[in-house]
Structures are given as structure tokens and as C-alpha cells.
Write a new protein. Structure first.
Ligand code: UGA
Length: 439
């Protein structure tokens, strides 16, 4: 089987590499010649654990190809995946579909035999129908069927998510497309992955509903965490008590500085936008978006309070910048809201992130970028854990303390915005521990 994936960004590249690992012949097309040249040399433009090996192995086996030339790839493929970017449109927050529609226009003239055209990017309800209309209009002769196959990959564990998904959602309008997609996903069917076949709009909406629900779960526990602080309760015990109810489940109940990344912020806004257009507002998601904005600011004010408002001429060590660990992605990272507020108050920020510093520099040029966590802690008045990278979970606390400046009461301030430390351990070690929702 041969397929083409248009767009070698995060979704396209991971999907292409994983499909080729299933033994399928995959051509990844991208109009960025420089990116394609790098991929042909085996250089991976994004940080995703395990992706380099997958690309190397399948390129060497002759199953994974990268090109800028769309026509030939399309002519030879049974399935075409559209996996180009759908950034947030300036002004109204809706998803910008110009790249999706452009891909449809480019594909249309080259469809030879029966082809299934699949949207893989997260696209608003109704996009599949639009793409089909564009193809029909551009090439009335094209023998094709439209499908939607949303991705549920988490950055940092995308390959595992692709190879062992909780489910595969397939939206189709005719059985020829269903047959093609089922045959593509046969290796997952063999490991008993549930494959949900629906119509196209249902598949499109399922993706948004899933992401919005996960974002809601996170913001729910964050608001409960804030309440825990007010009443002296422990949010982790509350989350455990809730999560043991199988109807609720224990995942995505970890409090922190709010959600970020390329998906939840964009998808929640796009969903509210679609809902408004159809006059069926999803007010729950609207308030989740507002709560997330507030949570990020709240974290900055939590730090300011812990510093007794005295940030002028202070130095803060910030460990972690990316929106979550195991990625170099800074999109919508809480750091982008929290750190400028601290800077405005006069703090000097010494920061370290294992993978995100190049991206962070573009947004936050006037931070002091350090080589490691210990360098960031030199002469710091406080340590702030912003992203829960594994290497921050077991810091040499005595070494950090020896390089920090103590508070007037002799303790050392430690703000753990991801709750990765045991408060009691830090207290016993002479730190003033500030977590999220921990009494
Ligand atoms: C998310 C979804 O989890 C994927 O299923 C989906 O495919 C993807 O979006 C997408 O639409 O492409 P991702 O953005 O990579 O994946 O990251 P998550 O692991 O879901 O984390 C998102 C944010 O929520 C991060 O900022 C993370 O720190 C935060 N989070 C997550 C919490 O604050 N608490 C939690 O309990 C879980």
C-alpha cells in the first residue's frame, strides 16, 4: 500500500514515520525545501523521543520518502493525508484553514485512480465537506472519497500513542473510504484497538470534544487546587479520591500552572467559535479558557506573594520553560505569561530548559539562559519549577541551597508549580515550600 502525507510538521511526520513502520510505503510532501532536504539527510526538525530512529530505519528500508514534489506522490497513492498546519486565525480565534484548502487544490488535478483523501489535521466541523467540494470543483473527473481521521497524539509520547492508541476514529461517507482506512490500520486492529467508524462531521467534532474535555478536567482540578489552598486541603488526595471513581478516572487531574501547547488552547477556542456560529454556545469550555488564562497569572502572583512582593533586584531560578516535558515546544507555554509578569516586577530570571531554550529565546530574549539547573540557581532568591522534566525531579538540594540566597527568616524559597517534590522533604531540608493546592 502507498500513501502520501501532505505536511511534515508534527502530526504529518510522526504519522508518516509510524505508518511506514507498519510496512506501508509513505511519501511525506512538504513545500519547505530546506525542511525536506534536512529530513532526507535524516535530520529531524522537531524534538520527539524515538522519532529519529523510526525515520532512520524506515528511510533506510526504502519505505519512507521525503519530497517537495506533490504530483507524482499523489498519482501513486491510495490514500492522501492532509496534515498541514491549522493555526489560530488572527482576530477571531477560529482555525485558519488556508493551508488545508490549498493542499486540496494541489492534490485534485493529480488524482488518477480511486483515492481516499483524509484530513488528519485538527479541523473544524464541516471542513471535510469543504475539502471535498474544492477537489470536485478543481477536478470534476477525480474519483475520490473523503474521510476524516483525527489524531490523538501527545507531544513527547506521540509514537507510543500512535502505535498503541486507545482508539482510532474514522469518519467516512462511503464504504470505499472505510475499507481503505481499515486496511491501513490493520496492524492496530490485530492488537484489538477499538476502531470507531462514524460520518465525517462526527469524527471532526469528536476530536474537539475530546481535547476540550481534557482541558476542562485540568482546569477543574486547578480550581479545586486553588480552593484547597484556601481551606487547607491537599489536592492530590482530593484527586485520588475522585479518580478512584471509575466514572471519573485518575488521568489529567494533575494541578499546575495551566495548560499550554499547540492543541488545547487553539482547539478550545476553535470549538467555542464553531459553537457560537451554530448558536449552541459551549459555555463550559468558554469558562475553561478564561480559567486557564487566570491560572497562569495566578501562578505569577503566587510567586510574588511568596517573595513578599519584593522582586525588585531579586534573582529567580526558573527550571523548565516548555509547556510540558519531553518537547521543545514553547507554544502557549505558561512561562510566556508568568515570566514577563515577574520581570515587570524587577526580577532577574536565570532559566534552564533541557530542550526548549532555542524556542524560548525567540519569545523571551531578555532572560539569562543557563547551561544547567545548578547554574540557574546561583545566587537565586527562589527556585521555580515550571515544567516537570525528569532531570528536575531529583535535584541535589544541598548543592542548590548552598548556592542560593536565603530569605530573612533563613529559609530558601522553592516554588514547585508542578508539585513534583514532597513538601515535607523540602521543609526538613530548610526550604520554604510553595506548591499548588497543597494546603
Ligand atoms: C493533547 C492531547 O492530550 C492529545 O490527545 C491530542 O492529540 C493533542 O493535544 C492534539 O490535539 O494534537 P499535547 O498538547 O501534546 O496533547 O499535551 P498534553 O499531554 O495533553 O498536555 C497539554 C497541557 O496540559 C500541558 O501544558 C500539560 O502540562 C497540561 N496538563 C496535562 C496539566 O496541567 N495537568 C494534567 O493532568 C495533564
Amino acid at each position: 500500500m502507498r500513501i502520501t502525507i501532505i505536511g511534515s510538521g508534527y502530526v504529518g511526520l510522526v504519522s508518516g514515520a509510524c505508518f511506514s513502520e507498519f510496512g506501508i510505503d509513505v511519501t511525506c510532501v512538504d513545500n519547505d525545501a530546506d525542511k525536506v532536504a534536512r529530513l532526507q539527510r535524516g535530520e529531524i526538525p522537531i524534538f520527539e523521543p524515538g522519532l529519529d530512529l523510526l525515520v532512520e530505519r524506515n528511510s533506510a528500508a526504502g519505505r519512507l520518502h521525503f519530497t517537495t514534489s506533490l504530483p507524482e506522490a499523489v498519482r501513486q497513492s491510495e490514500l492522501i493525508f492532509i496534515a498541514v498546519g491549522t493555526p489560530e486565525r488572527r482576530g477571531d480565534g477560529a482555525a485558519d484553514l488556508q493551508y488545508v484548502y490549498e493542499a486540496a487544490r494541489q492534490v485534485a488535478p493529480h488524482i488518477k485512480n480511486f483515492t481516499t483523501v483524509v484530513t488528519k489535521s485538527t479541523v473544524p466541523v464541516g471542513t471535510g465537506a469543504q475539502v471535498a467540494a474544492i477537489i470536485r470543483e478543481t477536478n470534476p473527473e477525480a474519483d475520490f472519497a473523503m474521510a476524516s481521521n483525527p489524531e490523538f497524539l501527545r507531544e513527547g509520547s506521540a509514537i507510543e500513542d500512535f502505535m498503541r492508541p486507545d482508539r482510532v476514529v474514522i469518519g467516512v461517507e462511503e464504504s470505499r473510504a472505510e475499507t481503505a482506512l481499515r486496511s491501513l490500520y490493520r496492524p492496530l486492529y490485530l492488537i484489538e484497538t477499538p476502531i470507531l467508524v462514524t460520518n465525517i462531521v462526527t469524527a471532526e467534532l469528536t476530536k474537539y470534544a475530546a481535547n476540550a474535555f481534557l482541558a476542562t478536567k485540568i482546569m477543574f482540578i486547578n480550581q479545586i487546587a486553588n480552593l484547597c489552598e484556601a481551606v487547607g486541603a491537599d489536592v492530590h488526595a482530593v484527586a485520588k479520591g475522585m479518580g478512584l471513581d471509575r466514572r471519573i478516572g485518575n488521568k489529567f487531574l494533575h494541578p499546575g500552572p495551566g495548560y499550554g501547547g499547540s492543541c488545547f488552547p487553539k482547539d478550545t477556542i476553535a470549538l467555542t467559535r464553531t459553537a457560537a456560529l451554530h448558536n449552541e454556545p459551549v459555555t463550559i469550555v468558554e469558562s475553561v479558557i478564561a480559567a486557564n488564562d487566570l491560572q497562569k497569572q495566578r501562578m505569577a502572583h503566587k510567586i510574588i506573594r511568596a517573595m513578599n512582593g519584593e522582586l525588585h533586584k531579586s534573582t529567580l531560578a526558573v527550571l523548565g520553560l516548555t509547556f510540558k516535558p519531553n518537547t521543545d515546544d514553547m507554544r502557549e507555554a505558561p512561562a510566556l505569561t508568568i515570566l514577563p509578569i515577574l520581570q515587570e516586577q524587577g526580577a532577574t530570571l536565570q532559566v534552564f530548559d533541557p530542550e526548549g531554550m532555542a524556542a524560548a529565546r525567540r519569545h523571551l530574549p531578555d532572560l539569562h539562559y543557563c547551561h544547567n539547573a545548578y547554574e540557574a540557581c546561583q545566587n537565586a532568591d527562589a527556585v521555580i519549577i515550571l515544567t516537570e522534566w525528569n532531570q528536575f525531579r531529583n535535584l541535589d538540594l544541598a548543592r542548590i541551597q548552598a548556592s542560593m540566597r536565603p530569605r530573612p527568616d533563613g529559609r530558601y524559597l522553592f516554588c514547585d508549580l508542578r508539585n513534583i517534590y514532597v513538601p515535607e522533604t523540602l521543609r526538613q531540608a530548610g526550604f520554604l515550600y510553595v506548591g499548588v493546592g497543597r494546603g
